[in-house]
Write a protein that binds this ligand. Sequence first.
Ligand code: ADP
Ligand code: ZN
Length: 729
Amino acid sequence: MSASWHPEGAQVAVLTTQPLGRPFDYRAPEGGCAQGAFVEVPLGPRKVLGVVWGAGRGEVDAARLRSIIRVLDVAPMRAEMRQFLERAAEYTLTPLPAMLRLATRAPGLGDPPSMRKVYRRGSGTPARMTDARRRVIEALEEFGGLSFTLKELAELAGTSSGVVKGLAEHGAIIEEDTPRDAPYPRLDPFLPGARFEGAQAQGAERLRAAVRRETYGTTLLRGVTGSGKTEVYLEAVAQCLERGRQALVLLPEIALTSEFLTRVEARFGARPAEWHSGVTMTERRRCWRMVGAGEAQLVVGARSALFLPYRDLGLIIVDEEHDTSYKQEDGVLYNARDMAVLRASFCGAHVVLASATPSLESWANAEAGKYDRIDLAARFGASVLPRMDTIDMRGEPMPGAQWISPSLAGAVAARLEAGEQTLLFLNRRGYAPVTLCRACGNQVGCDNCDARMVEHRFQKRLVCHQCGESRPVPEACPHCTVEGKMTAVGPGVERLAEEAADKFPGARIEVLSSDLHGSARALKARIEAIAQGEADIVIGTQLVAKGHNFPNLTLVGVIDADLGLQGSDLRAAERTFQLMRQVAGRAGRAEKPGTALLQTFQPEHPVIRSILAGDEEGFWRAEAAERRQAGVPPYGRMAGIVLSGPDMAALFDLGAAMARRSEPLQRIGAQVFGPAPAPIARVRGRHRVRLLVKAEKAAPLQSALALWAAQFRLPPNARLSIDIDPQSF
Ligand code: ADP
Ligand code: ZN
């Protein structure tokens, strides 16, 4: 790794909050230490965790080298993982320590594993045999060599823990300590899977073959919702497990996990390991260790599961690969889809990107022959794609403060009559997006952010969706102090529920919105109840677009199909297309055909027309042509540079200086745009100013950006963050 080997030194990448880009030298302990070893080292007055990155460079005088304090009792980080982190740090222009932190997010890493007492059959016999004692011994014999905790064993034998302890004293059973991390139950890849024909059969075989190659490759698995993509990629998982390698399935939304876990259990006979923010600390720690030991065969998780220490990762599935939540927008800015591909390239794994509406990036990679592509054209079995139609809002009589048109209301009434479910989709949380004073025209905004406060009527509060700040809905206008003039303007899902209740008295109405359910568990329970038929009309945000199965749902009404088309975001068309197709896909999952109705003021808009026509290829081609013309991703490269800080003028000054002195960028032919207020110009009291850099696809953008940014000094308390491939541009 390193050019000059220093006899006693080891380079250690240290986990600090300081942006120290590269590893430091330390004195290795007696007998040396392995590359990748987790160590504790002194840093200034503190002790910090680090990873041995290579041999020391000998830059520091041996006498002044500080010593590694101790080597932790965990398996060293694999070379392939270190390479991945280094490359990911380079790609995202993130200091290595910050990248490393993603890979060490296991609570209590390095503590000795905690132990617990378990009991198994011994050779002794108790002097006096009672019924209860016999039952304990029989229970242990029945389960062969297995051991149980006190509680488990007592329960199994239908007796008290006192009886078990008494037996242990006689040596009839043996008490011993084992690590608390219980092993995961084994998944059985040889259990029979679904029976495939046609495109499914071919797709499954192509994926199996790809996994068998045990080299890096990527497949775009494309197919409408319900076409059996999951069923097909589970075959790739089976093949991977058969070969004894580990598999990872990434899901965009925790709320989807439990449905998926149940499916895995049905397919492989046991539940896989889980990794996301909803998992307890103890469980995460177990997962981290078991993944490292190769004991966890399959991990189902959120994007951060990419950074677990797999022993032999052979397959990564990125489900709903187009989903914007794969982009981490805090701290290290990375897109899990891209990182999955990078990770796989270092460990010889295959990647499957699954989606009904792939990102333009993946579509273009498939077009260019970099990815294999499998298309599942039809829905599985009897269910057919929903019929799609627009409702031209220009022709609908709409009284004030109503958003369900007479045409849509008629369709809903017909479903109620037939005992079928309707989904009304509106991508706006809360009651109303704007709260306005009719006396002075003031719109209530957040004090910390450049955002309006959104009324949440169930909580009786105004909430800022940027920073979470909330306050009671004011009686008097905070601006002109006139009372009783505050008015809700525009619809959110809560307000739509009110209108629906008004229009359809007696219908059971359920609102699904991420802020209303407290926990992922509560949300999941509601989703299950709805699937069981416990609601007639479901009113939901983006949350409902993602993969839930409602068999009795036959109508989807999109309240405002134009919502996503506003604004100047170049990805707006792609997003709207994806979202509308996904939402429509909720209708008619089972034997009943579905209908999707889009309320729009511009039915002739090209995006709306391609959504209706269901002409995906045509849409992607047109969109690709525009992006190529504009030289933006995926045909060019972009980076967003966000300067944030308390003093807006200072940020603009710096931004202007950066735009002027951009030689390193000019040298690679890149263009700089801005400075301009960032899409969200103020968050939590900090102003945000953005520059955009655009370069040709082949240009060495990262290194030029690094050189460029290094020339400038930041004003006090300011921060500069670079977002490679920003979501909006
Ligand atoms: P997608 O992931 O594309 O939305 P799924 O894999 O969830 O589609 O399949 C949709 C439904 O059809 C599921 O209930 C699934 O179990 C069923 N299904 C798909 N393929 C088969 C098959 N070959 N045999 C039996 N059932 C299948
Ligand atoms: Zn705010």
